[in-house]
Design a protein around this ligand. Structure first.
Ligand code: ATP
Length: 330
C-alpha cells in the first residue's frame, strides 16, 4: 500500500516563489525515501505540506490514505515529525520533554508513562532520561527529538535533515537508529538530507529535487549506474579547454565542469587515462591531478543540479549554527 501519494503538488509563496512546482511522488509502506536537493530546492516545503503544516496551493497529497487538506487531523494522528529547527526545552529533562509533548497530544497518564519508556529504550536514552536536555550532546538531543516524534506510534515519520550539524560519528549512530525503526517497526520514513552517504546508506529510493521539481527518482544504485561507467576527474588550469577535449574522446558519456575540475564518465575509464593525459599534453593543458572512481550519488547530484554537495553542506551547517545561536544554543 502507498503511504504517500502525491499528484501534481504545488506551493507558491507571495512574490511568485514556486517552492514546489508540480511534484508527483509515491512512497510505499515500509520504505525509507530520501529527498535530496540544494538549499531552497523545495524539500522542506514538500514535507511541510505532507505533514499538514503548510497548505498546498494546488494538487493532491494523500498520507496514510487520507487527503492532507480534507482531514489534516487524521493525517496528523498517523505521522511523526522531526524538523530542522531544534525544538527541545533545554531546561526540562529528557523524560519531561517527552511528557510535555504527550500531554499536548492529550495522552492519558498511564499511556504516557508506557510510551515514554518504550521510545526512550528505542533511542537508547533510558539511562539519561532524568538529565536536563541542556546536558545532552548534539546526537543525544537529536535522538530525543526522534523519540518525541515516535510517541504516538506513527506509521509514517518525516525527518527533515536528521543529522544536520552533527559530526560524522554521531551521524552514523543516528543512521543506525533510523534503520532500526524502519526494520523492526516497519515505519515508513521520508527524510531530506544534504549528505549523499546518508541517502546511500539509508534510502531504498531517492528523489533529486531542484527548483521545486523532481529531476530524478530511483534507487541509489540505479541512479549511479545511469551515469554510464566510471568517472575520471582531472584538476586543470584551463577547465573549459579540457572539457572540450574530453567531449571529443570516443565513448565519453558525461562531461561536467566544476571550478577547476573536469569530470568525464566512460566505460573502462581506468584504461583510458593515459590516452586522455596524452591528448591534454598535446593540447598544452596542464593537468595537476587525476582521480578515478566509481560513480557516487555525488556525481549524480552534480549531474542534475550542477552543484557539488560540499558547497551545500557548508551552507547547511552555517544555517544550522545560525539557528542554534538564535535559539540561545552553541
Ligand atoms: P533547505 O535545505 O535550505 O531547507 P529546501 O529544499 O528545504 O532548502 P524550502 O525551505 O522548501 O527548500 O524552500 C523552497 C523555496 O521556498 C525557497 O526559495 C524558499 O526561500 C522559499 N520559501 C520557503 N518558505 C517560505 C515562506 N514561508 N515564505 C516565502 N518563501 C518561502
Amino acid at each position: 500500500m502507498k503511504a504517500i501519494d502525491v499528484r501534481n503538488l504545488r506551493k507558491e509563496f507571495s512574490g511568485g516563489i514556486k517552492a514546489v512546482d508540480g511534484i508527483n511522488l509515491q512512497v510505499y509502506e515500509g520504505e525509507i525515501f530520501g529527498l535530496l536537493g540544494p538549499n531552497g530546492a523545495g524539500k522542506t516545503t514538500t514535507i511541510r505540506m505532507l505533514a499538514t503544516m503548510t497548505r498546498p496551493t494546488s494538487g493532491q497529497a494523500m498520507v496514510c490514505g487520507t487527503d492532507v487538506t480534507k482531514d489534516p487531523d487524521k493525517v496528523r494522528r498517523c505521522i511523526g515529525i522531526v524538523f530542522q529547527d531544534p525544538a527541545l526545552d533545554d531546561q526540562l529533562t529528557g523524560r519531561e520533554n517527552l511528557d510535555f509533548h504527550a500531554r499536548m497530544y492529550g495522552m492519558k497518564r498511564e499511556e504516557r508513562g508506557e510510551r515514554i519508556k518504550e521510545v526512550l529504550e528505542l533511542v537508547e536514552l533510558s539511562e539519561r532520561a532524568n538529565d536536563l536536555a541542556e546536558k545532552y550532546s548534539g546526537g543525544m538531543k537529536r535522538r530525543l527529538e526522534i523519540a518525541r516524534g515516535l510517541m504516538h506510534r506513527p506509521r509514517v515519520l518525516f525527518l527533515d535533515e536528521p543529522t544536520l550539524g552533527l559530526d560524522a560519528q554521531t551521524r552514523r549512530v543516528i543512521w543506525e537508529h533510523i534503520r532500526k525503526l524502519n526494520e523492526k517497526y516497519r515505519i515508513t520514513i521520508i527524510l531530506t538530507t544534504h549528505y549523499m552517504e546518508e541517502a546511500d546508506f539509508l534510502c531504498g529510493r531517492v528523489a533529486i529535487v531542484d527548483h521545486g521539481k523532481i529531476l530524478a527518482l530511483d534507487k541509489p544504485s540505479k541512479l549511479k549506474e545511469s551515469m554510464g561507467g566510471d568517472v575520471i576527474t582531472l584538476k586543470v588550469k584551463n577547465s573549459g579547454k579540457m572539457a572540450d577535449l574530453a567531449k571529443s574522446m570516443e565513448g565519453a558519456k558525461r562531461v561536467k565542469v566544476h571550478d577547476s575540475s573536469v569530470s568525464v564518465s566512460m566505460a573502462n575509464a581506468g584504461t583510458r587515462i593515459p590516452e586522455l593525459l596524452k591528448a591534454a599534453e598535446k593540447a598544452g593543458i596542464d593537468v595537476e591531478s587525476v582521480d578515478l572512481h566509481k560513480p557516487t550519488l555525488e556525481d549524480v547530484f552534480i549531474h542534475y543540479t550542477g552543484k557539488t554537495i560540499r558547497e551545500q553542506e557548508t551552507s547547511a551547517g552555517d544555517r544550522f549554527r545560525q539557528r542554534a545561536r538564535a535559539m540561545g544554543r552553541r
